[in-house]
Design a protein around this ligand. Structure first.
Ligand code: ZN
Length: 118
């Protein structure tokens, strides 16, 4: 393992921010993370053919709420499980996968970062 998270933070209402040991700071929209859930159930759902329009799944109350990340737990030293506000928490997000999913951030928010050692 070469790169690992050094800091996790929730940013605003809908983003997770992860700082990595190589200095990258990546953002993750909660919804995007949830949609990328790597667990078997979600993978199957994503790979299933789209339902015909008249069979569209009715949204459960949880699905109409703004989605949030409510918890993260390390798995060994290579991944996190992420718990979402819709009750789903079985996805194991490897660091590798998280590095792929993140959107790079830069500048603009450096004011709060003066305690970071260079
Ligand atoms: Zn899942």
């Amino acid at each position: 393992m070469s790169v690992y998270p050094t800091k996790l933070a929730i940013e605003g209402d809908d983003h997770l921010l992860i700082e990595w040991s190589d200095g990258r700071r990546l953002r993750y929209g909660f919804r995007k993370l949830r949609e990328a859930c790597p667990c078997a159930t979600c993978r199957e759902k994503r790979e299933a053919p789209p339902a015909p329009a008249n069979l569209l799944t009715v949204l459960s109350p949880a699905e109409t709420q703004p989605l949030r990340v409510v918890g993260m737990k390390p798995v060994g030293n290579y991944a996190y499980t992420i718990a979402f506000s819709d009750g789903h928490d079985t996805g194991i997000y490897s660091f590798e996968r998280l590095l792929e999913l993140g959107e790079a951030t830069q500048g603009g928010r450096q004011v709060e970062e003066c305690n970071i050692q260079k």
